[in-house]
Design a binder for this molecule. Sequence first.
Ligand SMILES: Nc1ncnc2c1ncn2[C@@H]1O[C@H](COP(=O)(O)OP(=O)(O)OP(=O)(O)O)[C@@H](O)[C@H]1O
Ligand SMILES: [Mg+2]
Length: 259
Amino acid sequence: MSSPEPFVSLRNVRKVYRSGGTEFLAVSDVTMDVQEGELVSLVGPSGCGKTTVLKILAGLHEADGGSVRIGNSQTRFDPARDIGMVFQQALLLKWRTILDNVLLPAEIIGLPMKAARARARDLLKLVDLAGYEDKYPQQLSGGMQQRVAIARAFIHDPKLILMDEPFGALDALTREQMNLEMLRIWRESGKTIIFVTHSIQEAVFLASHCAVLTAGPARMAEYFPIELPFPRALPIKTTDEFGAYARRIYVKLGLGAGT
Ligand SMILES: Nc1ncnc2c1ncn2[C@@H]1O[C@H](COP(=O)(O)OP(=O)(O)OP(=O)(O)O)[C@@H](O)[C@H]1O
Ligand SMILES: [Mg+2]
């Protein structure tokens, strides 16, 4: 049986940054197909072009070569409405309550607010923040703020969620907790998620597929499924199968040798 039509398809994507008469090749050749409902982790050395790839997917930058297609014959795609983004920092507005922060994208694209408010409350429950609706960001811990940012990314029911090192600023234990939350939210929402991370553990634990990029300008070094069974709990990280996937990424990143 042939695989279904991909939801996200990047073909030989290339990106050159131009400023003040100079050119900088940031991404040289990225090809990947993502099926609807997958959670893909994107790993690669610092500065290799991961954020650039996400920005191209979000329509914030245009590729200089290759092609980018999102959506398929069943699903029409409108980047303004159909993408939710989460960044390394929560980027909440400190003068708005938690509920109003989650509602911001709904306001911007003009969704009916009564329904959006009900959805925001449900999303805050989903990220385990029921009861915090009327608090302000500075009253929440870093991990809680990041969960608000995740709820905000889901408020307009986007078809594609792009996350750029969303847990990079968190301590190790909170991060593991957030990994569990992420898996649960992904499995409950059925969204397609592309997730940039520097953590190889996170890349294996969360993902249905892993994309490894080379040092910049990025090329796709390897794109492979992570066939660990769901549901996944943290102790899976101690299994041989998990270790084999982690090793495969270390080797691809050129970090396979000892000293
Ligand atoms: N607007 C820009 N103009 C010029 N060069 C840029 C611009 N944005 C990024 N770059 C360069 O492009 C390369 C890729 O940057 P990008 O932010 O995509 O990397 P990254 O893989 O996300 O890095 P990190 O892991 O540190 O977040 C880097 O060398 C960066 O300096
Ligand atoms: Mg980046």
